[in-house]
Design a protein around this ligand. Structure first.
Ligand code: ZN
Length: 285
């Protein structure tokens, strides 16, 4: 099953066509994609029944974030060995967790305002929670997942590395628009192996990252078990699972996003998202 948010309305997506979920269900489900996650089991059952209704062509230019208002948004650092190396850190022995505050969430075709001259890219597999998860085992973890999508953990390295000597991650990764996710949410059963997906991104057509999620130090099931042991994961919550190597700040010379750049991100079996960048108000590049 593939779902998306088109012009703010939840749609089922199939072969380039979409079905308005609120209309087709006789308003059993709400118009917004975020509403579905609060009633996920019922929605899954309804969608599995092959609902009928008038279908219209999907318009990729009108797609918004696949979880528009997550209550919690987690991000995992240093979760690929080669990326930990390029960042100059040891591979952690437990997941390194921070947050990308929910106000930073945007869609797969969003234009993003840069906050400075050291803003970097990080393509990531993003997990959206369907069923509330509290103290779940690794074996049971995937059954709490609504689906997978593409994310970019856009990061202002200058903010991220302050204060000196005690850097913090969340603020520099939470500017408005710094968490694009989309273009569609794909349920786990659609993948032959949801733990082995190639992912990457290119900047203005030049490949920057190319990895595979089977390299994750802590795979999806482990992350859900670990996080849900600390606090309940709520329907609609998102988890950025970490980025493979190839970020801009680790290049020689370092490379950062500039106004006019186009960042294309892809994950096997999900699709592609394309974000462009402009200078934010009062920002000197
Ligand atoms: Zn990241």
């Amino acid at each position: 099953m593939r779902i998306a948010s088109q012009s703010g309305r939840a749609v089922l997506v199939e072969d380039g066509m979409c079905l308005d979920i609120a209309e087709a269900s006789g308003h059993r489900f709400g118009a917004e994609l975020g509403d579905l996650y609060t009633d996920w089991a019922a929605f899954r059952a309804w969608a599995a029944d092959g609902p009928a209704g008038l279908r219209s062509p999907l318009d990729p230019g009108r797609l918004g974030p696949v979880s528009p208002r997550p209550r919690q948004s987690f991000c995992i650092g240093l979760n690929y060995r080669k990326h930990a190396e390029e960042a100059g850190w040891a591979v952690p022995d437990v997941p390194m967790v921070f947050t990308k505050f929910p106000s930073s969430v945007t869609g797969a075709v969003a234009e993003i305002e840069l906050t400075g001259a050291s803003v970097d890219w990080e393509v990531e597999l993003v997990v959206v929670i369907g069923e509330r998860a509290h103290r779940v085992s690794e074996e049971d973890a995937w059954s709490h997942v609504a689906g997978l999508t593409i994310g970019q953990d856009i990061s202002d390295r200058r903010t991220q590395k302050r204060p000196s000597g005690a850097p913090q991650h969340s603020l520099g990764k939470s500017h408005p628009g710094y968490s694009p996710i989309g273009p569609v949410l794909v349920s786990p059963d659609e993948f032959e192996n949801p733990d082995r997906l190639r992912l990457g991104c290119s900047l203005n057509g030049e490949e920057m990252q190319n990895g595979c999620t089977d390299d994750l130090v802590f795979p999806v099931a482990h992350l859900i078990a670990y996080l849900s042991d600390m606090l309940p994961l709520l329907p609609g919550d998102i988890i950025f699972t970490g980025t493979p190597s190839g970020i801009g700040s680790a290049r020689t010379p370092p490379r950062f996003l500039a106004p006019g750049d186009r960042l294309d991100s892809w994950i096997e079996g999900i699709g592609e998202m394309s974000n462009t960048f402009v200078s934010g108000p009062g920002v000197r590049m």
